[in-house]
Design a binder for this molecule. Structure first.
Ligand code: IMP
Length: 427
């Protein structure tokens, strides 16, 4: 038995779906453990492009099990439509399993996400407005509704009634907008229940059994380290735990079941939403990276903010997730830039900071310290051997590895399954 966790080391959108899809070739079970349909993975197989939001990338491999763990928040409307869209594209979802303990995103969560973002004005977080934060809030204050509740009409109706009393008071009295009618939620949700019930099970039992039988497990993180509710750039974070520590809670396993943690590092940095970003490029180099790397949100279509690679962030991700190795993605995007910069530390007032700071005020005032390197012009997307990469591309990777004191196991140089270079096998 072996189990591998894949996490994002930056602000999400590192290309985890691409790496998970590749590693899933060797895995038996692929598990999502946090987040919801705020996530978005684009995976290209042959000439087809699949956009996944809730369902693990393992679904694109017909012989693997794909599990949505208890730590995920599920919008059943979105899940049903993702299942239907995959089926229409000829992808079987018969091996999908959904945790009976996962919490539901309800229509009022989406409304509250919208309203609280609008109310914050300039201070908005820039959420995906999918209701993820409010659903996790309800889970924490212990009024959330879970998948197992959805499958029991009486319980679901009672919990919905209880929640609507409170939510409608909030919506109508505090925000001055129309509340929800029970029937308008009950009817479609019971239809979703019918469509989903065949996939629902105790996924913790399934995963632990699979481990006992010697199956290979792959845990797929959504978002990234700096969006972690505890260790990210709070409050500009999501409401779950994308770091490796989130796996145990969100999948119902013990830490002794985890053997390797792979951090996915995009060859440069991007972020969506607000908050300080020390290496951000508000110039034509930033525009070049955005256009060449197609840096637009899979879920929202928003243009991503782009900047140089920041090794302060990568070292932080290595520490908080205990990374064993890294996979570097989108190296091809940097081709064509004459000079490349890597941030090695921050200058804050008259001090040099090597560890990622907690305070956003401090982070906002940090000036990146850069090392400049020569770029390469060649198109590297068809290269399959490390030694055939241009010398400057190899130097860039070697410097990243050196500055972070970690080995690189995989390099991806294009969106297709075949566009990768394997340096060390992970499973
Ligand atoms: P929420 O997860 O929709 O509540 O959004 C909270 C923050 O996380 C915002 O800054 C979002 O832009 C960011 N975020 C959420 N999901 C993703 C993702 O999959 N990639 C990148 N950023 C994300």
């Amino acid at each position: 038995m072996s189990s591998v966790v894949v996490v994002g080391t930056q602000w999400g959108d590192e290309g985890k779906g691409r790496i998970t899809d590749f590693l899933a070739l060797k895995a038996d079970v692929v598990v999502r453990y946090q987040g919801g349909n705020n996530a978005g993975h684009t995976v290209e197989v042959g000439d087809k492009r699949y956009k996944l939001h809730l369902i693990p990338s393992g679904i694109l491999h017909p012989d693997k099990y794909s599990v949505i763990g208890n730590g995920v928040v599920i919008d059943p409307e979105a899940l049903v439509s993702e299942i239907e869209s995959l089926e229409q594209q000829g992808i079987s979802v018969k091996n999908l399993l959904i945790s009976d303990r996962a919490h539901l995103i309800m229509p009022y969560h989406k409304t509250l996400d919208e309203i609280s973002e609008d109310e914050k004005g300039e201070d908005k977080i820039g959420t995906t407005r999918k209701g993820v934060g409010p659903a996790y809030m309800d889970k924490t204050v212990r009024v959330g509704i879970r998948v197992c509740d959805l499958l029991d009409k009486e319980i679901f109706e009672a919990k919905l009634e209880y929640n609507l009393k409170e939510k409608n008071r909030l919506l109508e009295k505090v925000y001055g907008v129309k509340g929800f009618k029970k029937q308008d939620i009950l009817e479609p949700y019971l239809e979703y229940a019918e469509k989903l019930k065949g996939y629902v099970t105790d996924t913790s039992v399934f995963i632990n059994e699979a481990a006992k039988q010697g199956k290979k497990l792959l845990f797929e993180g959504a978002q990234g380290t700096l969006l972690d509710i505890d260790l990210g750039t709070y409050p500009y974070v999501t409401s779950s735990h994308p770091i490796s520590g989130g796996v145990c809670i969100g999948a119902g396993i013990g830490p002794t079941l985890i053997h390797k943690v792979v951090g996915v590092v995009k060859a440069y940095t991007t972020r969506v939403g607000k908050g300080p970003f020390p290496t951000e490029l508000n110039d034509e180099t930033g525009d070049f990276i955005r256009e060449k790397g197609y840096e637009y949100g899979t879920t929202t279509g928003r243009p991503r903010r782009c900047g140089w690679l920041d090794t302060v962030i990568i070292r932080y991700a290595i520490r908080v997730s205990g990374l064993s190795t890294i996979a570097v993605t989108k190296l091809d995007t940097l081709g064509g830039l004459k000079k490349l910069k890597i941030c090695t530390g921050y200058k804050y007032k008259d001090k040099i900071i090597k560890d990622f700071p907690a305070s956003l005020k401090v982070l906002g005032e940090c000036e990146p310290i850069y090392e400049e390197m020569d770029g390469w012009d060649e198109d590297i997307s068809d290269i399959r051997e490390y030694n055939k990469l241009p010398e400057n591309a190899r130097r860039y990777l070697e410097r990243l590895s050196e500055l972070c004191d970690i080995d690189i196991s995989l390099i991806s140089i294009g969106p297709k399954r075949s566009q990768g270079i394997v340096l060390n096998s992970i499973f």
